[in-house]
Design a protein around this ligand. Sequence first.
Ligand SMILES: [Zn+2]
Length: 148
Amino acid sequence: MSTGDGRSIETSSLYLVEDRVTTFEGSRWPFESGTCTAVKMAEAGFYYCGSVSNPDWVRCVVCHQDMEGWEESDNPTKEHKRSTPGCAYLKLKDPYKITFADVLELERCSIENYSSLEEEKLVNDLESLVDQMRDQLTAAVKNIQTTY
Ligand SMILES: [Zn+2]
């Protein structure tokens, strides 16, 4: 599990609600009452990723969607649906009764989602590298033109 900016694929131990609840224990999670308690967040598929500057940062164990800016009256499952309606986690009937087949399916989706997020990140990095090189080349060409 990662608590920084980097995502991590090591979430397989977090498919159980109880295990996700433990990520909130001793954390900076701000809500102890209302609809956004640690248990409610875990039931909605989230585990804790927060820090001093982002005390309410959570991530879905399957779609890896980061979410923050929670309010005490938010409904975590509703917010999850709004953010990533296709997330496989949301298809579970009862998060407390997941089967081995469920875990396999969640794992498959998790890996798939992780790969496409990483791919997106690589493409973005590559694009900004190309932009940077283009700028440097343009500057070099201008420099040559003014020198000769
Ligand atoms: Zn999700």
